[in-house]
Design a protein around this ligand. Structure first.
Ligand SMILES: [Zn+2]
Length: 401
């Protein structure tokens, strides 16, 4: 197994060297913007983002299948796997498993060891509590304006290959004033971000390598979750419907639109886990990240890369089932709806320490309900975990109040 893994990496490395000699250097700029609802981005005055999106692949109907909290969400985007693998279910990053499921930077460096990658954020936990993330430096600053200023400096470095910038104040405006398109303070902050993205892109486009074509940048933009009222973390459409965009030579010019209320279409929505896989696909010429069995990625690449065999624009729908719990919050009686699973599954309820409280084994087909009646669970946060016969699992947070 070990030898096979080394051999496959060696082949990937040789393929990479051979192809890289004749093509521009692949690089990634990933701009993550915290807490921007999809409707807010569509309705806000964001001319720069609108123009940028139309030059690449984008969607306003990405669906968040995990926990709509920053820690788990950014972890999914940067690892390419869901929280049942990377283990992060909260902003304290407890139970994280970045050793088995590292950030995509760590994976790229298995094949491009000299790659230089930098993270800039004003959000402490993502800087301090993540390990095995592969960054050459993690820059922690105080404000979004500082993030933009630090990005300017980093983008002057000709050796820079991957830059991740995290912009936080839309989320803060939502918590402070309300996450809604009718809240001016929230919408103004979305508009501010549009200007900040324009600035960062101007620094990118001033790079000599960008201008003379020796560098081939993929620009990724997305948010980690939406929001409702003054917060997020739940399962409403306002929290789960998000957006993302990929712009560069390896992605098509196309809008992906999914009718979220149609269950069949919903399963085809682009998802967070696709982002790391798309970045890997762009950065690693001649390597199909989805075929790296030991990476065990959940997402799909959005690249149509003439140098790779990957040609799909798809999603995780086919390889992973989805669970929905309702009502959520509940008083103790709730239903678990499972899509896209077949055969015997185990559905268990655990508390926040991971202790199993209830467990049921049932047979399911295409769309099945599992009823939990009057569970008598004390008020609090719990997790519904569904595990199938192949030992694949999905977890959903529930609240009993
Ligand atoms: Zn937040």
């Amino acid at each position: 197994m070990k030898t096979l893994k080394l051999l496959s990496l060696l082949y990937a490395f040789l393929a990479f060297i051979q192809l890289n000699a004749q093509t521009p250097e692949r690089k990634v700029l990933f701009i993550g913007i915290d807490g921007v609802r999809s409707d807010a981005l569509q309705q806000g005055r964001t001319p720069n983002l609108d123009t940028l999106f139309r030059s690449g692949l984008y969607t306003y109907t990405s669906w968040h299948l995990g926990i709509t909290v920053s820690g788990p969400s950014w972890s999914t985007m940067l690892t390419g796997v869901w929280e049942n693998k990377h283990g992060v279910t909260n902003n304290n990053y407890t139970n994280s498993n970045y050793n088995d499921y590292p950030y995509f930077i760590t994976r790229v460096k298995e094949i491009r060891p000299t790659l230089k990658a930098v993270q800039i954020t004003s959000w402490g936990p993502m800087s301090a509590l993540v390990y095995n993330d592969g960054w050459d430096s993690k820059i922690l600053v105080n404000t979004d304006a500082d993030v933009v200023a630090a990005a300017q400096i980093q983008l002057l470095d000709p050796d820079l290959d991957v830059l991740f910038t995290h912009i936080d104040d839309v989320d803060a405006a939502g918590h402070g004033n309300g996450f809604s398109t009718i809240i001016p303070a929230y919408m103004n902050q979305v508009q501010t971000v549009d200007g900040q993205v324009r600035q960062i892109l101007s620094y990118l486009r001033a790079r000599p390598g960008y201008i003379n074509g020796t560098e081939d940048w993929l620009i990724l933009l997305t948010t980690d979750h939406g929001g409702i009222g003054f917060g997020h973390g739940g399962n409403t459409t306002q929290e789960k419907e998000i957006w993302w965009a990929a712009i560069g030579s390896t992605v098509p010019t196309q809008q992906i639109s999914v009718n979220i209320s149609n269950p069949n279409e919903w399963l085809n929505a682009p998802v967070l886990a696709d982002i790391a896989v798309t970045a890997l696909d762009h950065l690693l010429i001649g390597v199909d990240p989805e075929a790296q069995v030991d990476w065990d990625l959940d997402g799909k690449s959005w690249c149509i890369d003439p140098l790779d065999t990957v040609t799909n624009v798809s999603n995780l729908g086919a390889q992973m089932y989805n669970i929905r719990v309702f009502p959520n919050p509940s008083k103790g009686s709730f239903k678990v709806l499972i899509d896209n699973a077949e055969g015997k599954i185990i559905c268990s309820i655990t508390d926040i320490t991971g202790r199993e409280i209830i467990s049921k084994e049932v047979s399911v087909n295409a769309n099945s309900f599992i009823d939990f009646e009057e569970t008598q669970l004390p008020k609090g946060i719990y997790f519904v975990k569904v595990t199938d016969e192949q030992n694949k699992s999905q977890t959903q947070k529930i609240i009993i109040n």
